[in-house]
Design a protein around this ligand. Structure first.
Ligand code: UT7
Length: 328
């Protein structure tokens, strides 16, 4: 059926310069390169510099996506940022990005979406709905985080996992019969699981007992099990909605939390790791930025070709999870 769909016409990403290796972390907490590599697949992650904010990473990734799309920034008509580590309580990071891109004069709407590691998928799904409704033509969708700013550097169970970064895509409306563009998106949440993954302080609840603004707390092994289950069932739901079999998916772009989760999903889908985007080894878990960072890497390497079906899937705090199936 002919209808408006969002097509990804450009991708971009940005990583801060500073690298934090496993050996660097072994000097801070009781851990080892061997443990981190074996249990997570991570060898290093990036860390934003002092004075470098989520909006800076987001703006740079956006400039690259806009350039790849070959468009002028002032032709965008919506900006959505998925982030859990905004520059400020308000205004939104998206508003700051609009200004940093030099397009505040266009007065286009700009807002943030908070769905932790599934933030980019949520932002993409919202953007696609604006396009399907005929309300927007070009949308800039960003996942950007400075998660290293909300870590407890004495907790070896979490501080070794996360890194900073940003990824962005430009989505453009196109009228077609489903031969390309976002085919479907699927979002979920389970608010009962707050104890397993949350930040222990906030604006309304106030600071945690020890002071500060709150840090990330996670029961890793429980989250691991739930993440695998939720992402696998989301992939099944997406295939069913599109009347496709798993063999008809060309690329898996999963959230980059742990190589063991990624391998388990690839195995279940019967996909060779050649067709799975992996950046967790070099980026760690960049939360909302992980899917667009991984997507940009395979796109820029020329590995995703027109006609390929690309399955993006993510899981994070909330719990929130979701998927987006895109035909390139
Ligand atoms: O992005 C949102 C979604 N997040 C995720 O999907 C994260 C999912 N979880 C994970 O990736 C893994 O659960 C972790 C990497 C966080 C932990 O791996 P695990 O295999 O589940 O380990 P564990 O938490 O069950 O801990 C096993 C042992 C414990 O020691 P004991 O109690 O067996 O003596 C931990 O204290 O490993 C210990 N441990 C460590 N040892 C060295 C935990 N962290 C470390 C560490 N270095 N960094």
């Amino acid at each position: 059926m002919s209808r408006l769909r969002g097509r990804i016409i450009g991708t971009g990403s940005y990583l801060p310069e500073k690298r934090l290796t496993n050996s660097d972390l072994a000097r801070i907490v009781d851990t080892s390169d061997e443990w981190i590599t074996t249990r997570t697949g991570i060898t290093e992650r990036r860390m934003a510099a002092e004075g470098e904010f989520t909006s800076d990473l987001a703006a740079e990734a956006s400039r690259r996506a806009i350039q790849a799309a070959g468009i002028a920034a002032d032709t965008l008509d919506l900006i959505i940022v998925g982030t859990t580590t905004p520059d400020l309580i308000f205004p939104s990071t998206a508003s700051i990005v609009q200004y940093k891109l030099g397009i505040s004069s266009t007065r286009i709407p700009a807002f943030d979406v908070q769905a932790v590691c599934a933030g980019f998928i949520h932002a993409l799904a919202i953007a696609d709905q604006f396009i399907r409704a005929g309300s927007c033509w070009r949308v800039l969708v960003i996942g950007a985080e400075t998660t290293t700013r909300i870590l407890d550097w004495t907790d070896r169970g979490t501080c070794i996992l996360f890194g900073d970064g940003a990824g962005a895509v430009v989505l453009e409306a196109e009228l077609n019969d489903g031969e390309r563009g976002v085919l479907s998106t699927h979002l979920h949440a389970d608010g009962a699981q707050i104890d397993l993954l949350h930040a222990d302080g906030g604006i309304s609840r106030g600071p945690p007992p020890g002071g500060g603004m709150g840090v990330l707390r996670m029961q890793g092994n429980e989250v691991f099990k739930q993440a695998v289950k939720a992402m696998e069932s989301c992939v099944d739901e997406t295939l069913l909605a599109n009347n496709l079999s798993k063999e008809q998916v060309d690329w898996l772009i999963p959230h980059q939390a742990n190589i063991r989760i990624i391998q388990s999903m690839a195995k279940r889908m019967g996909m060779s790791m050649e067709r799975v985007a992996v950046t967790v080894d070099r980026h760690g878990n960049t939360s909302a930025a992980s899917v667009p960072l991984a997507l940009d890497e395979v796109v820029r390497a020329g590995r995703i070709q027109p006609g390929h079906r690309v399955m993006m899937v993510a899981f994070g705090g909330g719990f929130t999870w979701g998927s987006a199936l895109v035909k390139w």
